[in-house]
Write a protein that binds this ligand. Structure first.
Ligand code: ZN
Length: 272
């Protein structure tokens, strides 16, 4: 019993030692960005889908073609702990790293994405809206989320009910951030350390609330990163439903292929 307690205390200590050191923001900004793709629904378009919806709805055939393209091009999927170690400490990543993220708890992510990812040995990050779990047959169940976690994918937080981060105040922080984080930890038996902003919306004033609650990094969409908190504003690219393989390939290479904020990082380094 004492030995087990000692082991868990040392694990906690090592965890804090490796993850809770202050982050050198200028160093993070200067590092090459890793492409992070973002997916929502994976289904065929319906006549009622508007053009703007098609950004968020990728037909299964397109999704499958894009996964094959990534595998054929030699990409290796990484998970947020690896990205964190790379961005904060320069820990090397596998060749052609990429991250695949899935938002909003859609059931297609189990039915379509999971088998495709498994085919290529890919792992994904699932940003869960807690109230969507078991909502109806179109959403992931508790059992599916636990299994995704057990299979080596990462379960992360996307708020309680998709609340707009920019509007959170007072008790909202507890309801939208702390509570779903704790519930997901209970569901998976693993710490939940990563967050995605609903609608990609964030403001600098709210970022300390994520630090306070033990998050190590947060993911937005394609706005510029916060110059003072790059780890809490990691960029993602929505793989749009109407992109060809060539368009995806181009966008991965040109949106994330170089440090977009390099000028800013240089300016900061010079100002030191
Ligand atoms: Zn969302």
């Amino acid at each position: 019993m004492f030995k087990r307690l000692l082991t868990s205390v040392s694990i906690c200590f090592l965890y804090h030692l490796s993850f809770c050191q202050p982050v050198d923001n200028a160093a993070v900004l200067a590092r090459r960005q890793v492409p992070v793709l973002c997916y929502h629904q994976i289904r065929n378009w319906r006549p009622s889908d508007k053009q703007v919806d098609k950004d968020y709805i990728i037909p299964p055939a397109t999704f499958k073609a894009h996964m094959k393209l990534l595998a054929d091009s030699g990409y290796h999927t990484i998970l947020p702990d690896e990205l964190y170690a790379y961005l904060t400490k320069g820990t090397p990543l596998p060749a052609k790293p990429i991250m695949l993220t899935f938002d909003d708890t859609d059931g297609d992510q189990w039915n379509i994405a999971r088998p495709e990812l498994m085919k290529y040995g890919f792992k994904g990050v699932y940003f869960i809206v807690f109230t969507n779990i078991n909502k109806n047959k179109h959403y992931l169940s508790r059992r599916q989320i636990r299994q995704l976690s057990d299979e080596g994918n990462l379960i992360a937080c996307h708020t309680q009910d998709h609340g707009n981060f920019k509007k959170l105040k007072g008790n909202d922080w507890e309801i939208q951030i702390s509570t779903p984080k704790k519930k997901l930890e209970l569901l998976t038996g693993k710490p939940v350390k990563y967050f995605a902003f609903p609608y990609g919306l964030w403001n600098s004033a709210g970022l300390p609330e994520l630090h306070k609650r033990g998050f190590l990094a947060a993911f937005q969409l394609s706005d510029k990163r916060d110059p003072n908190d790059a780890m809490m504003t990691i960029r993602r690219l929505i793989d749009c439903g109407y992109w060809s393989n060539a368009k995806l390939d181009y966008n991965i290479k040109h949106d994330f292929g170089r440090p977009a904020d390099q000028k800013l990082a240089k300016a900061k380094a010079l100002a030191k």
